[in-house]
Design a protein around this ligand. Structure first.
Ligand SMILES: Cc1cc2nc3c(=O)[nH]c(=O)nc-3n(C[C@H](O)[C@H](O)[C@H](O)COP(=O)(O)OP(=O)(O)OC[C@H]3O[C@@H](n4cnc5c(N)ncnc54)[C@H](O)[C@@H]3O)c2cc1C
Length: 393
């Protein structure tokens, strides 16, 4: 079933409901998200009210079980919604992706009681999540994390969390945090996951990082200073936290891939419109083969990226292994976004280098996508492990 509305890319969507979701997303993107994107990214304003709107519209819990307030949509549909949001403003698309990542541990590994208690508010109740894995000295080597959770004796099983998480998207504004903390031995097996309320006593945020782009999306360190977490908020078994974190990242990386394709599509649309308008040597620059070939290569990268993330999503929807394909999609789509946004600046010439057009912002935003949720070097490490097994030490 094709959706070929004139203002959007051609999409093959599995159901009428999916077509309606894409139409709704395009409507919200056009009316509410895109018009404010440039100004708010320049001023660094996070559009919290847009996330409330997306939650009310059923777009914040799309891939999750309707029994807990989710949308019950296949991943292939959720990702195409994300792509549309990211094309309008990456801060919003990425925010939805990170929120979804933050819900994964509870939805997948929580007990029935935990899901019933917390998931409906997280998926459709207007709450916003953060995913807390990275630390100042544990980035790519996330299993080296040092934030500690210690069981407090005689306290009904409460845990006490101390340490610092780094680079946390929505740090300081999130309503809940999925936190990976050390509860046992060094390395991957000594880590446990917890669901911590954003307003827990002893939890505070540093001022947001001063970033190259994505200024509207707050990224901050979170300090845990004796934060008490009841054992009822432990997700999964003790020591299972790192496996849970990686499982969430397989799905999260697909979200990043879809956002990258959306960003690339926005840059291409801008470049095509400009090339048809701008005249040099008495002709539109779109007449010159040098520009035509550049546009053709940009479009090809975007389409190939879209096909790759959809392939990984369909494997996931069929319950088949998709981690290798997800790493490839994250790697390919974010590298494609970097190239396409750079080329878009080139197509616009000097004007592309100014803030009067959005392409310079797109270029700065694309760089971030090559770093988050595992750098693109780490994606290659993951893909190579699937090909030739783990490295020998
Ligand atoms: C804007 C932004 C938002 C983020 N949001 C979150 C979030 O919400 N939650 C969260 O937990 N984290 C978040 N992160 C953190 C992000 O996941 C890390 O920045 C990333 O994993 C890399 O870690 P690092 O920055 O410490 O770099 P390092 O690990 O120090 O890497 C430095 C360089 O060395 C390379 N490198 C490292 N190890 C290897 C290796 N084995 N082989 C080859 N090259 C290697 C890396 O690819 C990189 O080029 C965010 C980061 C940014 C910038």
């Amino acid at each position: 079933m094709a959706d070929s509305t004139p203002d959007g890319v051609e999409r093959r969507l599995p159901t009428d409901e999916a077509r309606e979701l894409i139409a709704l997303t395009r409507d919200i993107a056009r009316r509410e998200i895109a018009p404010r994107a440039a100004e708010e990214e320049a001023s660094g304003r996070f559009p919290r009210e847009l996330f409330t709107l997306l939650s009310r519209s059923g777009l914040l819990g799309l891939p999750y079980d309707p029994a807990y307030g989710g949308g019950g949509q296949p991943y292939e549909v959720y990702l195409q919604v994300l792509e549309e949001l990211a094309a309008a403003r990456l801060t919003v698309g990425l925010g939805v992706s990170v929120h979804s990542l933050s819900c994964h541990a509870l939805a997948r590994y929580g007990t029935e009681e935990q899901r019933a208690a917390h998931l409906p508010a997280m998926l459709g109740g207007g709450l916003l999540g953060a995913y807390c894995l990275s630390e100042p000295s544990a980035g790519s080597d996330a299993a080296a994390l040092r934030t500690k959770a210690v069981r407090s004796p005689g306290d009904g099983g409460d845990w006490v969390v101390d340490g610092t998480k780094a680079w946390i998207t929505h740090g300081g504004i999130a309503d809940f945090c999925t936190v990976m903390a050390r509860t046992g031995e060094a390395g991957a097996r000594g880590i446990t996951a917890f669901l911590v309320p954003g307003d827990a006593s002893g939890l505070s945020a540093a001022p947001p990082e001063r970033k190259m782009g994505m200024k509207g999306s707050p990224t901050a360190q979170l300090h845990f200073d004796g934060v008490r977490v009841p054992d009822a908020r432990r997700l999964g078994a003790e020591g299972q936290g790192f496996a849970i974190a990686l499982d969430a990242l397989d799905s999260g990386r697909l979200g990043i891939a879809a956002c990258a394709v959306g960003l690339g599509q926005a840059a291409l649309d801008e470049a095509v419109a400009y090339a048809k308008e701008r005249r040099q040597f008495g002709r539109p620059i779109a007449d010159f083969q040098g520009i035509r070939f550049l546009l053709a290569d940009m479009a090809t990268r975007i389409e190939a990226g879209r096909a790759l993330y959809l392939e990984a999503a369909r494997l996931r929807d069929e319950g088949r292994p998709f981690g290798r394909c997800a790493a490839m999609a994250k790697l390919f789509c974010t590298d494609a976004a970097m190239q396409v946004t750079t080329d878009a600046v080139q197509v616009l010439g000097g004007y592309g280098y100014t803030a009067d057009f959005p392409v310079e912002r797109y270029l700065r935003e694309a760089k971030m996508l090559q770093i988050v949720e595992g750098t693109n070097q780490i994606q290659r490490v993951v893909i190579a492990r699937h090909l030739v097994g783990p490295e020998s030490r």
